[in-house]
Design a protein around this ligand. Sequence first.
Ligand code: 9WO
Length: 252
Amino acid sequence: MSVAADMAENGTANGAKAPWRAVVLTLYPEMFPGPLGASIPGRAAADGAWALETIDIRSFATDRHRTVDDIPFGGGPGMVMKPDVVDAAIAVAIARAPEGAAVIYLSPRGRPFDQDRARALAAGPGVVLLCGRFEGVDARVVEARGLEEVSIGDYVLSGGEPAAICLVDACVRLLPGVLGAAESLGEESFEDGLLEYPHYTRPAIWQDREVPAVLTSGNHAKIRAWRRDEAMRLTAERRPDLWAKRQARTQH
Ligand code: 9WO
């Protein structure tokens, strides 16, 4: 491949695949890598499959008190993150991120994050993640930067950082080569729009509870059918929303 084609394909001049990249804007850089430094994402980063960079929003404060927040217009409790400080931090993050990276603000008001979005983000070059604190970021910077607001669930956290960690974890494990054959995708939750079937291991009897007989039968066609039935039963029962989505998609 030509240098020009490499540059267009992956942003390198030598054909090496540029790692997927997460650039995180936060007032608490010490919260990273946190869980992303262990287990699957930690190993994948060590292997060069992805890279994390944090940017301390406070380093963009301009006064001698290093102020990053101010009182809300209109009154009310709490503080709002200053648009000038956050915007300057975003500019640097975008410059450090790969071209075409999604720029996301983690917010309980965002669009719900799901496995489809994780797949789409993992297929791209990376993400810029803005983690808010206090009551959030001045709305004008969200609008001016066209930030995509994403929620990982209907609850309020102390800040966006744990949500950013969840989002990155969900993406990184989908990157090519990150999961070994043993842990590979395919039958896990959501790959087929279903919750996972229940799992069992030895001993076959534990505290008077037996493993479902079909799983020790050696009949692999029956085992597959049982697992599928369980996955469908659990999904219909616990997650009617996922069940309806799958019915609409597959017309089973
Ligand atoms: C604070 C607050 C206080 C009283 C009433 C409502 C309130 N909402 C918030 C709030 O949303 N604070 C946020 C804290 C501001 C942005 C960063 N923070 C945050 C992000 N909390 N939770 C998230 C989050 C992000 C993604 N998915 C789920 C939750």
